[in-house]
Each structure stands twice: as C-alpha cells, then as structure tokens.
Design a protein around this ligand. Structure first.
Ligand code: ADP
Ligand code: MG
Length: 330
C-alpha cells in the first residue's frame, strides 16, 4: 500500500524555479499521469519523490509517513529514467539482477528473481544479450524490469516510451496496466503526450511552470479542463465567443445570437465533439484525410486563429458546425 502525497514542494536551480509549490496526491494502487510541456518540472518532481533531489521546501509523504529526509535507497521506489540508463557492459540478466545483489540478495536468488521479472515483461530468451543488441522496445522493457525487480511499492516512470513508435507504445501501455494489476504498485507516469496519459492513467495531473495546474480523474480533467492552458494541452480548440446572448448556449449544441452589448464567453471543445449542423459558421482553411473522415482546419469569425474539427465529409468552403459538447474556460 502506498499513497504518495507531495505538499508545497519547491526546488530552485540557480536562477530557475523548477518546482514552484507543487501539491500532488497519487492514490494507492493507481497510475497517475503527470502531463506537461518540456521544462515544466516533471523530471525534477519525480527525482524529489525518489529522493534523488533534495527539495528547498515542502514535504513528501508515503502513506502518511514523512519521507522527505529518508535516503533514496530506503524509500522502496523503482524508477525508469528518461534515458533508460541501462548498463551497456552488462547483459540483460545482469542489468536486472545487479540492483538486487547491491541490496544484499545472494547471487543465485537475484538471478532467479531477475528471470521471473524478465518473463513478466516477455523478455525470456534475451537474458544474455547486451543492451546494444536489443530493439528500442526491448531496452525499454529491460529498464522497466530492472525497476520492478525489487518489488517496489512505488514505480516512477519518466517519459518511458518517448522514443517508441505508436504500436509498440500501445503494447507497452497495456503491459504496464497488466503489471500494475499483478504487482499492485502505485505509479506516477510522466509524459508530455496527452494520448499516452489518457491511455494509461487513472488520474491526471497537468503541470506547467513548476506547478500542478489541474488534477483529478481522467474523466474530470478531460471533460472540464477549466483553463485555456490545460484545454489546449489536451488538444481542445479554444474559442472566444463575443456578444453571446445569455441563456441561448446552454444546450448541447452551441448557438450564437447576434445582439449588441452582450457578454463574452471563452469556451473549449474537442475536434471529435463537432459535427455538421447549425451553429458556428466556419470557413475551410485546410483539409486532410483522417481515419474514415476528414480533419478540417477552419476559421470562424469568433476565434483568433484556426480551429480543428473532424468530420465525415466536408460540404464546401463555408458551412456551419454544431458543437455537441463544450466547456467554459477561464
Ligand atoms: P521536464 O522534465 O518537465 O522537462 P525538468 O524538471 O527537467 O522539466 O526541468 C525543469 C526546469 O529546471 C527547467 O527549466 C530545467 O532547465 C531546470 N533544471 C532541471 N534540472 C536542472 C539542473 N540540474 N540544473 C539546472 N537547471 C535544471
Ligand atoms: Mg523531463
């Protein structure tokens, strides 16, 4: 059992505020995805949780116990680093058993455990290869096997699938969920890829400039991102509607009435929640094929810049779209 709680953690590197008062709860037995752009502080946060970086302020708790001053080696945390950090001169088996022996496990026992974990990650038969003799996906699995070998109660993954193609990534995402069922660890999975976060996580925490700016279940965050930053990061269109008549836009379909002196409304919506219909007049800017339909960049007089919508067909240069689901943004 291991709930991770981070309270007001701050970390500065010379002039840079890497973490600016981070608060985060990763519930026991769940996968929490930390999603944010490059430089937002994700790696620093993981390193603080693992005990590899000392915060300037704030506390870290595992199951209510303060571990802020506990050395990394005593935290029971497994970590998969962004660059994997496999030992190039060691075989797969040695890479995985090394840490166990360093923890005092006898060689024979360590190798047996390493084989067991390698099997869990479907790497049997590759025990005696060196990292450079493996594909990218296999290397990634070895790094995960190495982190899981000591049976940690907490697993921290720093953009572990960064370099993999979409198909391999999907396979490993399923694998991670299966391993979580089997081993019951609590995981924090850091990524800058929103589709990866949504595919793997039970909970989402969106990070920007050293802070967690939105946190909740995947469903909560996706259906109500609340701010322009989070909505844009999740792939939503952001549109500022001007002169909106109060009361007209409450239905599932977005309708705009032209009346003077009325309020402004900033809303967001996902490309998949838009269909052909009456509502928002748009002009086509660009069209490309997308699965069985089209991905259409359109411009409307209500928005700065382009909006992206996915449509089964594109009727012409000018038409109206119906926004079936949307959310207000601040
Ligand atoms: P992310 O993983 O989200 O890309 P990082 O945690 O690596 O973000 O970095 C957050 C900020 O802190 C960045 O501006 C980065 O340049 C800075 N930073 C991280 N580690 C160090 C370090 N060891 N020395 C100086 N600056 C650092
Ligand atoms: Mg990073």
């Amino acid at each position: 059992m291991a709930e991770i709680r981070v309270v007001d953690v701050r970390k500065r590197f010379r002039g840079t505020k890497a973490l600016d008062g981070v608060n985060l709860t990763a519930p026991d037995g769940m996968i929490t995805a930390v999603l944010g752009p490059s430089g937002s502080g994700k790696t620093t946060l993981l390193r603080v949780i693992a005990g590899l970086e000392v915060p300037d302020g704030g506390r870290v708790y595992f199951d209510g116990a303060d571990v802020t001053d506990t050395p990394a080696s005593e935290r029971g945390v497994g970590m998969v680093f962004q660059d994997l950090a496999l030992f190039p001169h060691m075989t797969v088996l040695e890479n995985v058993s090394f840490g166990l022996e360093a923890r005092g496990m006898a060689g024979r026992e360590a190798r047996a455990r390493a084989r067991e974990v390698l099997e869990m990650l479907r790497l049997e038969g590759l025990e005696h290869r060196y990292p450079h003799q493996l594909s990218g996906g296999q290397q990634q699995r070895v790094a995960i096997a190495r982190a899981l070998a000591p049976d940690p109660k907490i697993l921290l993954l720093d953009e572990p699938f960064g370099s993999l193609d979409a198909k391999l990534r999907e396979e490993l995402l399923w694998e991670m969920r299966r391993l979580r069922e089997e081993s019951g660890f609590t995981a924090i999975h850091v990524t800058h890829d929103q589709s990866e976060a949504m595919a793997i996580a039970d909970r989402l925490a969106v990070m920007n400039e050293g802070r967690i700016v939105r946190e909740g279940s995947v469903e909560e965050v996706v259906s109500d991102p609340q701010t322009v930053f989070v909505a844009s990061f999740l792939g939503a269109n952001v549109v500022e509607l001007v002169e909106v008549a109060p009361g007209v836009y409450g239905a599932g379909r977005l309708t705009v009435r032209y009346e003077e002196g009325l309020g402004k409304l900033r809303i967001g919506f996902y490309p998949e929640d838009v269909g052909l219909g009456e509502g928002l007049p748009v002009v086509v800017e660009a069209v490309s094929r997308w699965r069985s339909g089209y991905r259409v960049k359109v411009r409307s007089e209500f928005s700065e810049g382009e909006i992206e919508v996915w449509l089964p067909k594109v009727p012409g240069r000018e038409f109206e779209v119906e926004v079936r689901r949307w959310f207000p943004l601040s």
